[in-house]
Design a protein around this ligand. Structure first.
Ligand code: HEM
Length: 512
């Protein structure tokens, strides 16, 4: 009674009520965060690691200057197998950097982790990369035929045509002694190639002046994705969407979606004219988009329009940005190691025997070049890290257990440079991939395409593209390092470099 009277005497007005509501909200949110933090700390309590700041986690120790992945490798020397990395007060990944730990996770079909992956959802949708459970299983089964070697075979010619356009453009660089930026050039080539191969779309992206709007959007989206992970208030959808960065994210998403929708629209229009799969097949090879449009499961159910858009978006991005990163770093590695480059060139010239193009049959005849590609993927994995959220407790090889709900990050970069697994891990040595050397290692010591049920569906496509482009580049040009311009590795969904990747080139001396 006395309390009610006291309340009445307070004469509360709207600002007071608003202030009280804000206070209640802050207390509620803080309690939720506190409980979440306690829960996350319990997930990783068996795994000591570098001390985090209670609010920012380890984010302040990441300088975004090309040293962050090496910081992770250094921490790994102190904390074997796995250690926690915090991205704010409640977001934490158990970072795995050893093959024996990675094997436990990769052999399972645990779903992709939320956080970093969920940030990608507005962009690439619930395609094969992000979907889970029954949906993923059904789509993976429907799409696997799209990577059968019968489908991949005719792609080799398309890849060679895309590579030739790029190499023709390089003639202007070969005339100067100036270094040029590779990543942008190679991205245009791999985009052109995926458009031709998977979507039978002859794009002019390599010959049009400037960078493609789609590639710029992908670059922006990858950067914003990283910014979001490192800025913990942005883990909240509402805060991010209302921020200027959220606005930029939506704008870039629209550019990416417009690009893919145009591809689907054109094909649907073409299909109206030739409305039968058999007749298309007779006219040209089935491409990935045909497979998407005509995929049917046992109940004759096809994919919805939304599913098709998500898959096209996923393959457009995964199919070009990853290979652009892998090829750019490969060219850089070959430029730094003329001794290996020379052996590759001799091998390629022998196989090509005067031809300008690689054929399907040639792909298996360049073992030394293939070892260099693998060694470059080891040192510079195009996908430097992947993540899972485990739904049941997992016990690792040394007996430690991560409980259900733990977010697990697999540092592909960390595994590939783990000194307990690789001798002289930072040295480029393709002979590590001689069959007799590879057979002595864990199959999970080298996982650029991941492993297990969620491995990369496009790995043969990617390897073929890298072989074709490398062989054709080595036939025409000598790749030369510019020691003043070294790449600084930057994880941005794919592996990029702070200021790009630079090399010099000169025409190969026909007698040399
Ligand atoms: C050098 C090039 C490539 C590398 C290093 C690479 C690497 C990877 C890795 C590590 C994963 C596992 C991701 C995860 O678990 O979150 C993955 C998945 C995937 N990749 Fe690739 N990739 C490459 C090229 C490609 C290409 C060319 C395509 C398509 C044409 C492609 C399509 C996919 C798809 C759709 C998935 C998801 C598969 C699933 O979950 O079932 N990738 N890739």
């Amino acid at each position: 009674m006395a309390f009610a009277e006291a309340l009445g005497n307070l004469q509360l007005n709207w600002p007071h009520i608003f202030a009280v509501l804000c206070l209640v909200a802050v207390v509620y949110k803080s309690t939720v965060l506190y409980l979440r933090r306690k829960d996350v700390m319990r997930h990783v309590e068996a795994f000591p690691g570098p001390p985090p700041n209670w609010l920012f986690g380890h984010v302040l120790q990441f300088k975004q200057d090309g040293t962050d992945l090496d910081t992770i490798v250094k921490w790994g020397e102190q904390y074997p197998y796995a250690f926690p990395v915090w991205f704010g007060p409640v977001a934490c990944y158990l970072n795995i950097h050893h093959p024996d730990y990675a094997k436990t996770i990769l052999a399972s079909s645990e779903p992709k982790g939320d956080l970093a992956y969920s940030f990608l959802r507005d962009w690439i949708g619930e395609g094969l990369l992000l979907s889970k459970g029954q949906k993923w299983f059904r789509h993976r089964r429907l799409l696997t035929p799209g990577f059968h070697y019968d489908v991949l075979k005719p792609y080799v010619k398309q890849m060679a045509e895309s590579a030739e356009i790029m190499l023709n453009k390089w003639e202007s660089y070969a005339k100067t002694n100036e270094a040029f930026e590779l990543f942008g050039e190679v991205s245009l080539m791999t985009l052109d190639s995926i458009m031709r191969c998977a979507f039978s779309c002859k794009s002019n992206c390599q010959t049009e002046s400037g960078t493609s709007a789609y590639i710029k959007a992908v670059y922006e989206l990858s950067n914003l994705n990283n910014l979001r992970l490192n800025t913990f208030p942005y883990h909240s959808n509402i805060i991010f969407y209302l921020s200027p960065h959220g606005f930029r994210f939506r704008k870039a998403c629209k550019v990416a979606h417009d690009h893919t929708e145009e591809v689907i629209k054109k094909r649907k229009e073409a299909l109206k004219e030739v409305n039968e799969l058999g007749r298309i097949q007779a006219k040209r090879n089935l491409d990935f988009l045909d497979i998407l449009l005509f995929a049917r499961d046992e109940e004759q159910q096809g994919l919805s329009d939304e599913d098709i858009r998500a898959e096209v978006e996923t393959f457009m991005f995964e199919g070009h940005d990853t290979t652009a990163s892998a090829l750019s770093y490969l060219f850089y590695c070959l430029a730094c190691h003329p001794e290996h480059q020379k052996i590759c060139r001799a091998e390629v010239n022998e196989v090509l025997d005067g031809k300008d193009y690689m054929d399907w049959e040639d792909l298996s005849k360049i073992p030394y070049t293939t070892m260099c590609i693998k060694e470059s993927l080891r040192l510079y994995p195009a996908v430097p890290g992947i993540a899972r959220k485990i739904t049941k407790p997992m016990t690792f090889v040394d007996g430690r257990t991560a409980p259900a709900g733990t977010l697990v990050g697999i540092s592909v970069y960390g595994i590939h440079r783990n000194a307990t697994v690789w001798e002289n891990p930072h040295v480029f040595d393709p002979l590590r991939f001689l069959p007799e050397n590879a057979s002595k290692r864990s199959p999970h010591a080298f996982v650029p395409f991941s492993a297990g049920p969620r491995n990369c569906i496009g790995q043969n496509f990617a390897m073929n593209e890298m072989k074709v482009a490398t062989a054709m580049a080595l036939k025409r040009y000598e790749l030369i390092e510019d020691p003043t311009l070294k790449p600084k590795v930057l994880p941005r969904v794919v592996l990029r470099s702070v200021d790009g990747i630079y090399i010099k080139i000169k025409p190969v001396n026909p007698v040399g």
